[in-house]
Each structure stands twice: as C-alpha cells, then as structure tokens.
Design a protein around this ligand. Structure first.
Ligand SMILES: C[S@@+](CC[C@H](N)C(=O)[O-])C[C@H]1O[C@@H](n2cnc3c(N)ncnc32)[C@H](O)[C@@H]1O
Length: 266
C-alpha cells in the first residue's frame, strides 16, 4: 500500500541500500550519490514505495524514518550505533516523559535515537564544546523534527559539560538519564551526578577499558551504584555465495564498553 507524500523530508534508497535524505523544496539541489534535481517537481506526483529515476540511478521513495535518518545522517564525530543506542534507551528507561542530559552531542547519532522516543513532556539537553561537531549534530536533529519527531524541548548548550553545570541546572536539575560519550568521564561524572534524581541513571560510553575503570570508580565516588558494565557484540548474517544464510565475513561488531550506574538516594 502506498501513501501520498505529506512530509517535509523523505528518503531515497538506492539498489545498494544506501539512504539519502531529501528535504522537499522547490529548488535545484545536489546530493552526492544522487545527482542534481528539484525535489518538489521530481517528487510531486510520487507516493511512498514508488521507484523513481534521477539521472541514471533508480531509487525507492521512502519515509525518513529513524533507520533511514541514521543511515543518511551527516557524520563528523564517531556516532553511537543503533545496537548500543537501543540498549542505552532501554536500560536507562528513556521514554516520552524522560529528562535526559547528553554529552557530547557529536554528530547526534544518539540524540536522534533519543528524540525518536521522546514526547512533549520530556526534556533533552545536549552539550558539546566543538562548534563544528555541534553544527552537524544539530542538522541531524533538525531532520528528525522535519520527519515528525517531537523535540520542542530540546536545548543545546555549547561548552564542556563540567563548565556548563549552572546553565544545565537552570533548565532542569532532576534528570532521569545522563549519557556521557566523551573522553574524560570522571570530570563529567563529578560535575553532574548530583543532577540525577533518585532512580535516575548515568551511562558512560567507553571505547577503551581504562575509561570503563575510571568511570566505574568515579560513579562509586559520586555515590552511585554500578548496575551494568560490559559490551554488546553484533554479528550480522547474510546470503552465502553458494547458497544458504550464514554470518557475513567482516569484523565482529565491538564498538565500545558501556557502563550504567543508578542513583539510589539523595
Ligand atoms: C564520539 S563524540 C559523541 C558522538 C555522539 N554520541 C553520537 O552518537 O553522534 C564525542 C563528543 O564529545 C565531545 N566532548 C569532548 N569533551 C567534552 C566535554 N567535556 N563535554 C561535552 N562534550 C565533550 C567531543 O567534542 C565530541 O564531539
């Protein structure tokens, strides 16, 4: 069943499974991998599920839902992948009413996953010291808004998290979840652990084991209880050349170590 396009943003998927996000506007644009075209005129009589040709390439026209936005997002800083984002969202209990603090924003890979599940009553504060990273992250967030994600209560703060504590607490001082994907966890934990409300959790995304250890110690020193630490390994399957389905050749999906700690008392 196909649906007429009403959205401000859609995705084009090529035969290799690549996704390209396209804002529907009446001007000629150039998208690497797609070509030069006018989205409004090219897509005006199109429904989701239609196949269109731009230049010499064919594309399926699809909604810009989260997997398409993740695949088609702009990237600068390394992003948190869906396997870890999904786990973090579940383990931290992030949902429509959650109050979430996230640093650093980076490319917004995690931010778009968080905003996909948040509603009107939630608050999402992101912090990022590097303007060039924030620019990319904020474009990806904006694309989520155009696709219908609720992020009116998103506040972005430019700066290092440990230097932004009073600005953060002006907006919210009782977070359900704090997520730290940055190089120096202890400094950040020391500065913001007191902003968690009882039952709130902090998660640290740690590419190397020394970071897990220092985050673990800092959480305990801040009076938090470690709830979970470890890693998620993803192993993808595909079609074998001579028939059958089997794990694909390629790297095992280690990305980083994750640590989750809970605040039990004030
Ligand atoms: C790996 S990136 C984050 C990626 C992001 N989680 C995503 O999924 O796209 C780490 C970011 O942390 C930022 N950062 C470094 N130190 C920071 C600090 N003290 N406070 C806040 N952000 C910081 C960096 O500039 C960088 O953009």
């Amino acid at each position: 069943m196909s649906e007429p396009i009403k959205e401000d943003i859609i995705s084009l998927r090529d035969d290799s499974g690549n996704s390209y996000l396209v804002e529907i506007k009446d001007e000629h644009i150039k998208i690497k991998g797609v070509g030069v075209f006018n989205p409004l005129t090219t897509l005006s009589d199109t429904n989701f599920g239609d196949k269109i040709t731009i230049g010499t390439k064919e594309f399926f026209v699809l909604p810009a839902s989260l997997p398409e936005r993740y695949k088609g997002m702009k990237r600068r800083a390394q992003t948190i992948q869906p396997k870890d984002a999904g786990f973090l969202i579940t383990k931290l209990g992030i949902g429509v009413k959650s109050k979430v603090l996230e640093a650093g924003l980076g490319s917004g890979g995690l931010a778009i996953q968080i905003q996909n599940v948040m509603g009107k009553e939630g608050i999402h504060i992101t912090v990022e010291p590097r303007t060039e990273h924030a620019e990319v992250g904020l474009i990806n967030i904006k694309n989520g808004q155009k696709a219908g994600c609720y992020s009116e209560n998103h506040i972005h703060i430019e700066g290092a998290i440990e230097e932004s504590v009073s600005e953060i607490s002006n907006h919210c001082n009782g977070f359900d979840a704090i997520i730290l994907d940055l190089p120096e966890h202890p400094k950040a934990i020391n500065s913001v652990a007191h902003l968690l409300q009882p039952g709130g959790r902090i998660a640290c995304y740690c590419p190397v084991t020394s970071q897990v250890e220092s985050a673990w110690i800092a959480c305990e020193e801040a009076g938090l209880e470690i709830e979970w630490a470890g890693e998620l390994i993803e192993r993808k399957w595909g079609r074998a050349m001579k028939g059958g389905i089997r794990p694909v050749n390629g790297p095992f999906g280690h990305t980083a170590f994750l640590l989750i700690a809970i605040k039990l008392q004030n």
